[in-house]
Design a protein around this ligand. Sequence first.
Ligand code: FMN
Length: 416
Amino acid sequence: MANAWFESVAEAQRRAKKRLPKGVYGALVAGSERGLTVDDNIAAFAELGFAPHTAGLSNDKRMATRVMGQDISLPVLISPTGVQAVHPDGEVAVARAAAARGTAIGLSSMASKPMEEVIAANPKTFFQLYWVGDRDVMAAKVERARNAGAAGLIATLDWSFSYGRDWGSPFIPERINLEAVRRYAPQVALKPSWLWEFAKTKKLPDLTVPNMVATPGAPAPTFFEAYGQWMQSPMPTWADVAWLRELWGDKPFMLKGVMRVDDARRAVDAGVSAISVSNHGGNNLDGTPAAIRALPAVAAAVGDQVEVLLDGGIRRGGDVAKALALGAKAVMIGRAYLWGLAANGQAGVENVLDLMRDGLGSALIGLGHESVDQFTPDDLVIPAGFERRLGAEIAQQAVEQAATAAPAQPRKTTAG
Ligand SMILES: Cc1cc2nc3c(=O)[nH]c(=O)nc-3n(C[C@H](O)[C@H](O)[C@H](O)COP(=O)(O)O)c2cc1C
């Protein structure tokens, strides 16, 4: 049998492509419209170079850190994704792999496994919510997450329902019914190893989303039913974000999908404990720049008030080092672990986390550091014009206006 271990995320992706039915693979490639953003997320990392030292290096590679109230063994977390139909163990396999490698996971509202099972596999689980329904509906889901013992909450709001891809969207069935089987059959017949994984469980993927209901075990909507409810929901306001944060209480709360400095400041005002600088892996508005280009300005503005994470385009440990050098406390990975999961289940996700650790270790050695908190922009070769300062001027104007509107009170003195 061929060696199941892979040496790069690129190899895991090749194996995933071979193994998965075309539609499932296409759903993970995702992206929107022209694919500008999804491409830039990767290209921007390639534009950044390293400035390595030659001697006086250290073999200490301290990677442990603390994010969202959790001690983790490396600054790489699992970003929430709906992994419908990739692997029968789905998010439970991902949670086990993350636990085995000492890190935390974000669990998607659109996940295929109930949060109670996932949290049992890895207590360092943050439940991710989209804004679906009204405040009462949201409150009921938050209560379920609290009762299940979620370690934190992630609110993802960067979604604008754009659809259509120039390279074509995959056919994703509403349910696995006769029509779906007929349309999927030719793809599936060519992918016996994928089918065999599901056949062993005597269950086909049912494409329901069990975390979209408030009661564990209640009948769950299908992915598309849930998507329909989401589309019809009113768009959340900043007051809703503050309300959700308050409702959740003292445990950590992340706002995911922040790209602009002015929004980062609003997130701080809403009381969040962390943000992820993210463009939803290039799945939201196409033409949004790579998340790594927006990171430095956001980190400079709010990095001393909240934890700033980054996701989008991380495919190797060196990318993690680049993000930390530009101000991120940690990164979250999406497709990288999905390719690992597709290629080799739980072991494949562990394999990807090990590749991240090894690559980050090489960056630590080469750049002459002992610990992941020592990376700085001086470690990098940053081409002119690399950065994008989204909303930075507006944020600055707001600060100046606030200063003029409320002039500083003259300091009281005890004398005379
Ligand atoms: C197939 C797929 C499904 C996703 N589903 C979700 C989701 O349910 N919730 C969420 O907050 N983000 C979701 N995302 C975005 C990821 O959490 C993350 O922001 C993105 O994948 C990071 O980019 P990367 O894939 O280049 O690492 C999804 C991304 C992909 C590729």
